[in-house]
Design a protein around this ligand. Structure first.
Ligand SMILES: C[S@@+](CC[C@H](N)C(=O)[O-])C[C@H]1O[C@@H](n2cnc3c(N)ncnc32)[C@H](O)[C@@H]1O
Ligand SMILES: [Zn+2]
Length: 351
């Protein structure tokens, strides 16, 4: 998980340097404390870090790690349920600047408390590891937890991220709060997002406008963005029946400037991994891309032909005037504004 924590440290650094003051950070499901410890050790300025876990054994480990790293002046540690911990921070004067929800499985049971415990303009990070639920292997738990239908498709990891995002947007709207995406990624067995939270009913209305559905055709791989599920119909290309994913968030998943700041900040990490640089660079390139992606394999499987390299497909799409870029979601994937019909025509022209 060091890559995950590297990204978290970079995002937190960018948030703190934007505020230009010391900040109050909480890691309410801290485990061994390693993420909170890294926040305490690697973000500039004399910040306060609040660790919490429900397990006394975890607290003992975390305490040992705090002392071993000589971070006791910056860190406070408690042992209680995360929702109680967050609710104790929800009154003005006690609120936090940055909260990082890193549970096993889904973070949804902590979202309401975390929103209440943030200052206006605060920064919320969260992980979801329940990928079977979010990627469509278990649709009913997904409807229950995220209030949206998942989609078992080649781009299910992006749908997963957008479902988590959508669930967060809806929870925030209930408290007249607006969510602004700063950075998000899907890596290994988890998805993760970083957002700004503002107390504003007007802005909350605007984020609601970013909610919608994806209509998918399993026969020809066509996909269409829908705002109104009642407008759902058969596939506009092949007239097959379609599957609907959502409601989910359809807006940008990452802020371009924030991502560039994170990239600029990587040099100051003690160890800068190639994988970290590669993921950040891919995410920077796909910031402006439309929702959903294609994989060369899934299209070529349908066409009964050997797959060319994703790079070749991207270059050919670009040379024909389409937008096309790689995606961090899948090494064999690409994002484009070309339709599946146009992509198929292009692939049929390749040797
Ligand atoms: C995925 S681990 C945290 C990992 C840690 N952030 C890291 O980077 O290594 C989740 C932690 O949440 C704790 N936990 C589970 N339910 C909790 C609850 N209701 N309140 C507080 N902590 C809880 C578990 O004891 C576990 O240590
Ligand atoms: Zn179709």
């Amino acid at each position: 998980m060091s890559l995950n924590r590297d990204i978290s440290v970079l995002a937190a650094r960018c948030f703190q340097s934007h505020l230009q003051r010391s900040i109050r950070i909480a890691d309410p499901l801290t485990g061994s404390g390693i993420l909170g410890l890294r926040y305490a050790a690697e973000i500039n300025s004399m910040n306060s870090v609040f660790l919490n876990d429900i397990e006394p054994d975890a607290i003992l480990f975390a305490l040992y790690n705090i002392l071993n790293n000589n971070l006791q002046d910056k860190i406070d540690i408690q042992c209680m349920d995360a929702n109680i911990f967050l609710n104790l921070h929800s009154i003005p004067g006690k609120r936090l600047d940055l909260i990082d929800l890193d549970p096993y499985g889904s973070p949804v049971t902590y979202i309401d408390s975390a929103l209440r415990a943030l200052i206006n303009g605060g920064f919320l990070a969260m992980t979801a590891t329940d990928m079977a639920v979010l990627c469509g292997a278990k649709p009913r738990p997904c409807l229950r937890k995220y209030d949206g239908k998942p989609l078992r498709s080649e781009y299910s990891r992006e749908v997963a991220l957008r479902l988590l995002f959508g669930s967060l947007v809806k929870s925030a709207c209930k408290q007249d709060m607006a969510i602004t995406a700063k950075f998000s990624h899907s890596t290994d067995h988890y998805i993760r997002l970083f957002v700004n939270v503002n107390r504003s009913a007007t802005e909350a209305n605007n984020t609601l406008n970013e909610m919608g559905y994806i209509l998918h055709c399993f026969h020809c791989l066509n996909r269409v963005i829908l705002k109104d599920p009642e407008k759902r119909g058969r596939c506009s290309i092949c007239n097959s029946s379609t599957a609907l994913a959502g409601p989910l968030y359809l807006g940008k998943l990452t802020d371009s400037e924030f991502c560039l700041n994170m990239i600029a900040s990587t040099n100051s990490l003690t160890k800068k991994s190639n994988r970290l640089s590669k993921i950040l660079s891919l995410i920077k390139d796909e910031v402006e891309a439309p929702p959903t992606y294609y994989t060369v394999d899934s299209i070529c499987h349908r066409l009964h032909r050997a797959p060319p390299s994703p790079n070749q497909v991207i270059e050919d799409l670009k040379s024909q005037g389409y937008y096309a870029t790689k995606t961090h979601f899948d090494g064999g994937g690409f994002k484009t504004d070309a339709t599946i019909k146009e992509i198929t025509t292009l692939l049929n022209q390749l040797n």
